[in-house]
Design a protein around this ligand. Sequence first.
Ligand code: ADP
Length: 498
Amino acid sequence: RYSTAAAVDDPIKSPVQVNYSQLLINGQFVDAVSGKTFTTLDPRTGDVIAHVAEGDSEDVDRAVSAARKAFDEGPWPKMAAYERSKILLKFADLLEKHNDEIAALETWDNGKPYEQAAQIEVPMFTRLFRYYAGWADKIHGLTVPADGAHHVQTLHEPIGVAGQIIPWNFPLLMFAWKVGPALACGNTIVLKTAEQTPLSALYAAKLLHEAGLPSGVLNVISGFGPTAGASLASHMEVDKLAFTGSTDTGKVVLQLAAKSNLKPVTLELGGKSPFIVCEDADVDKAVELAHFALFFNQGQCCCAGSRTYVHEKVYDEFLEKAKARALKRVVGDPFKGGIEQGPQVDSDQFEKILRYIRSGVESGATLETGGERLGTKGYYIQPTVFSNVKDDMLIAKDEIFGPVQSILKFDDLDEVIRRSNASRYGLAAGVFTQNIDTANTLTRALRVGSVWINCFDVFDAAIPFGGYKMSGHGREKGIYSLSNYLQVKAVVTPLKNP
Ligand code: ADP
């Protein structure tokens, strides 16, 4: 029923050599102070890809000192903005040159289809850096008309040393969303990558140095959350924290930031996004987009359309087609051509998803298709569809982060608004309708940071992204992301001759 690795052509690309596996501190690749390493695994097999230096608090201290010095002594924050912009543009050129190698590294470490990495994600990564290069020399304050004889202006200054903690589902894109605006604004950085996917960030950071980034401006620490991540979040010399990951860990890092030096925190957390198919929707298109909204990236998207609400008038047709589409999904070795779905990132995620599938069955949802692991090796899961899902089931409330579509029935607009909003999350929503009034009503009523109407997962560099409620604080991408990395200084000068 599912295409397996054997059913498709030979690999279109093979894994590449891993050149960088140490920590990157002050422009140098170095071992961890402890000498420890950890393994990063190939999700296709569970085999070791590389032994990676394991950063801990002493390494974070070193990296923060390097970033502090690069900020306090320059040249980076004081460099002409145009010079910073040129370095980012040169980096983008190097990324284009190394596109396929970087994509292969990303696929190997994460399990995502190589075609997706090479044709969408690495080009998007490059595009994001060109976008932020464009901002670097367009950041400036205001002249403010104030009462009294004063000349008042605001200076938009970089905030200082930014600590950034990123997840494993889009290792490169999460790097770009954080590193791009921080560098454009003139900050220095200590980046903590996810322990599942440390490799592509090291490669990209090396290219940034090749493009002329001064030493100490971007430091990359591989390592675990409760050790390296927590040290960074609680560091007294870190001026700003940006985090993407689970809501539970978001709460932890926010507390660490508050308990240490009250550094401001941007959080991009979990989601349980409704995908609403109205009675007048183009059902075939809605089926395809709802499928994409949930299954894209093996279901490992914080904004995945993971509550598919379908109007009762089109429910039966939708369900039959959604099931047929899931059955056609091509799952297999992500290095092969035509693959839509690779393995989940690791055994923890794989087990967690299978537990949620069991919980769906036990709570009385109808398992329409899938529900089991695929093959005997690696972390592949069958594309899974549940119907008859009720709002109070765990599969309708929790973030599953896997290829499990939950289809729920609704019969009027007020009801679907209420049910969509009855979630602790508020990251995104999909709205499928041909009626402009319905679209407007839903758009304004849904308490979420992104609404995609008759589309889903449109991620342009200029479009802001972030959550309401427990999906996070702040916005990334677009003009809004800059304020995460700037301080505003008000400067007042009395006027002698007003
Ligand atoms: P997931 O469950 O999807 O792995 P997490 O929120 O645990 O999501 O991980 C996202 C990032 O947060 C990773 O880089 C991880 O290492 C880091 N992390 C996990 N726990 C902590 C922690 N206690 N303090 C700081 N960072 C953490």
